[in-house]
Design a protein around this ligand. Structure first.
Ligand code: HH2
Length: 279
């Protein structure tokens, strides 16, 4: 192998949480200098987009005041946007506006409601599905048919965004946002239903709680966030194989490698021209 076949793979969005309380890396990149340094690491690992967020959306997270969120994300976006495509992970229109002014060209919106901002500024938009708010969303979420309900909501919002002139639209099932383990697995298994809408699909499973539950030990204790790489890679690879065009991840280097395999066209056995690492 000579390295990732980047021109043949789907996009990998690297997560940069400039927060003290994110579920897997809270505090690790908090503060402008640390966050910018981490952003450059993600770029070096092959991230196509760096997703800068200043407010955790984990279950139970406290809302962050507007001024504080601006203080967290704007300088980081200004510093990174000359080097990589930057998205902003926010549900606040003024933060999205300031992020775009600072160089972001994609609004990653877990509330699926900020398309007017994207339309006004001619930038891309990710519409993610969630049920409820971080404070309450994991308290007994229920659906009659989770796949259809998620698809219908996202298709409706995406149509509104397209009508408003948003130049680039992604839809995202919102794994873990008001979803049980079974809901998450159903959405992944039926990702083709989202792909069939004709919109580009992105998926974020990285290190999420359902992977911990699936990897629980014999005592039933969920695998901690640091031990969810296998599940993260497996679900990202599966989502890409099922037609997602982008995955949002913490572990960029490993995911780039996995994504390169998925995008690689199969060749008949015996036609390989590669000589290194023949085993
Ligand atoms: N998940 C999280 C945050 N933003 N955006 C999209 N489009 N899709 C997702 O699945 C998604 C998202 C939650 O993960 P993380 O940013 O690591 O944690 P926190 O919200 O605690 O900062």
């Amino acid at each position: 192998m000579t390295g990732p076949v980047t021109e043949e793979r789907a996009l990998v969005m690297g997560i940069l949480n400039v927060t003290p309380d994110s579920f897997s890396d809270g505090g690790a990149w908090f503060g402008t200098d640390r966050a910018v340094a981490r952003g450059h690491e993600l770029i070096a690992q092959g991230a196509d987009i760096v997703d800068v967020g200043g407010e955790s959306s984990r279950p139970g997270a406290e809302p962050v005041p507007l001024e504080e969120e601006l203080r967290r994300v704007v300088p980081v976006i200004e510093a990174l946007s000359p080097y990589v495509r930057v998205s902003v992970d926010t549900v606040k229109a003024p933060v999205a506006e300031a992020a775009v002014a600072a160089g972001a060209t994609l609004v990653n919106d877990v509330s699926a409601s900020l398309w007017p901002v994207a339309a006004q500024h001619g930038v891309g938009w990710v519409a993610m599905h969630r049920k409820g708010t971080p404070a309450t969303m994991q308290a007994d979420p229920r659906y009659d048919d989770v796949v259809t309900e998620v698809r219908d909501l996202l298709a409706e919002r995406a149509a509104a965004a397209a009508g408003a002139g948003v130049p680039e639209i992604w839809i995202d099932p919102g794994i873990g946002f008001g979803k049980t383990l079974e809901h998450n697995l159903a959405l992944l298994a039926h990702l083709d239903v989202l792909v069939a809408t004709g919109h580009q699909v992105m998926v974020g499973t990285s290190r999420k709680a359902f992977l911990g539950a699936l990897a629980a030990g014999p005592d039933g204790v969920p695998a901690p966030v640091g031990e969810r790489l296998a599940g993260s890679l497996a679900t990202a690879t599966y989502a890409l194989h099922r037609g997602a065009g982008m995955v949002r991840v913490h572990d960029v280097a490993a995911t780039v490698q996995a994504a390169s395999l998925v995008g690689r066209p199969a060749r008949p056995v015996g036609t390989s021209t590669e000589t290194e690492d023949a085993t």
